[in-house]
Design a protein around this ligand. Sequence first.
Ligand SMILES: [Zn+2]
Length: 68
Amino acid sequence: MDKLLVEKNDLVKEKYELLDSLKKINEKIKEVDICIMNNCKHEWVKEREIGVIYPETFIRCLHCGLYQ
Ligand SMILES: [Zn+2]
């Protein structure tokens, strides 16, 4: 039983380390996205919402995905 508890504690510790890494990666992705948007030569396209009764129109950049 002790062996199983140690194994579980190791797994829980590894899980939290991985979750922490994931959080850091997500923060880096956000930073890179902001850089991409700030350096993009935007090319705007109109898009209509699909699958709804009253679709809205959006204007979005083809390259970086930014919405106006
Ligand atoms: Zn753009």
